[in-house]
Write a protein that binds this ligand. Structure first.
Ligand code: NCD
Length: 330
């Protein structure tokens, strides 16, 4: 009995502290499974997990696939380029096709915000009993990424017992293209729920003032916006930088990549202002030499980027396990 009740994982905006802690503890157990000899448990044996990725992905799709296989589920992968979508099929009809093949859990990524919610709602109306996991929708949310970031950060602070409380008062900076980032939005919810001292930094075109209003109800965390990098870095315990999402930029929001790097690109010299034990995160994929210098990205003493990828499998196992074994269908 885990105490988990949500059938779908669509966003983090309304999560309780207890829910974050259940995920962190379950991921820690899954990490032990992955460190063991067989690396696999039969928790989802017989269940079908379908990855419906309407938008490109390297790490998120592979990570969900491996996580499902480590839980002994059967996995199907959908790629839009070679599918009937090119013949005019709607996304809901695509989802229903996979439902008819016995899908139990759908992992959905789409360039349009709200698609995973829409499909979850439609399938609920059909009484399908299918669980839906949002793997990134437009600029809205990317819950599994923020949860793997949370797991990576809390494990740095207490390796044996990662939990929300260890982030209380820690200074965390999120730097870069916040406007277009679903990763930043999901991280804002989880880090403020954890009581972190959260600082957002970016050029005004990529960090609108409206972000100051984003707060979970009764959240214990503090949120501060900066349009210069330096104040966000001072004494920071963790710095997360984000990819410039060129594919989502409809207007010319930046003078040049070189100028952006000069103003907001992270380098060893700039990180001198941070806490001496500072660690660096990036959800990937990285534009080397834009968000951060190539040397910094490869500095294993500072960068948690590879850790994030490793943690992603444990977190996604935890999420699939929790929704796959919760509720009346279990
Ligand atoms: C992110 C995404 O797709 O939202 N990447 C990821 O999932 N690891 C961030 C990005 O595309 O920059």
């Amino acid at each position: 009995m885990t105490g988990w009740t949500r059938p779908h994982i669509l966003n983090l905006a309304d999560w309780s502290a207890a829910e974050f802690d259940i995920v962190l503890q379950t991921a820690a157990s899954m990490a032990q499974v992955l460190a063991g000899r067989t690396k696999k448990i039969p928790a989802l044996q017989g269940q079908v997990v379908t990855n419906l990725f309407f938008e490109p992905s390297t790490r998120t799709r592979s990570s969900f696939e491996l996580a499902a296989k480590r839980l002994s589920a059967d996995v199907m992968n959908f790629a839009p380029g070679s599918s009937s979508l090119t013949k005019g099929e709607t996304i809901l009809d695509t989802a229903k096709t996979y439902l008819a093949m016995g899908t139990d859990i759908m992992v959905i990524r789409h360039q349009q915000a709200g698609v995973p919610q829409f499909i979850a709602h439609q399938l609920d109306q059909l009484g399908a009993g299918v669980k839906v996991l949002n793997a990134g929708d437009g600029q809205h949310e990317h819950p599994s990424q923020a949860l793997l970031d949370l797991y990576t950060i809390t494990r740095q602070l207490d390796r044996d017992n990662p939990r929300l409380a260890v982030l209380q008062g820690k200074k965390i900076a999120i730097v870069g293209d916040i406007l277009h980032s679903r990763v930043a939005r999901s991280n804002i919810w989880s880090l403020l729920a954890a009581g972190a001292d959260l600082h957002l930094a970016g050029p005004p075109t990529l960090l609108p003032l409206a972000f100051a209003q984003l707060r979970p109800v009764d959240s214990p965390g503090q949120l501060t916006l900066h349009w210069h990098l330096e104040p966000a870095l001072v004494e920071a315990d963790f710095v997360m930088t984000l990819r410039l999402q060129k594919e989502r930029m409809t207007a010319h929001l930046l003078p040049s990549l070189r100028e952006y790097h000069q103003q907001f690109g992270l380098t060893h010299a700039r990180l001198q202002a941070c806490h001496p034990s500072v660690k660096l995160l990036h959800p990937g994929p990285v534009n080397r030499g834009v968000e951060m210098s190539s040397e910094l990205m490869d500095d294993a003493n500072l960068s948690l980027i590879q850790d994030q990828v490793t943690s992603g499998v444990a977190i996604r196992m935890a999420l699939l396990y929790l929704i796959g074994t919760a509720g009346p269908e279990a």
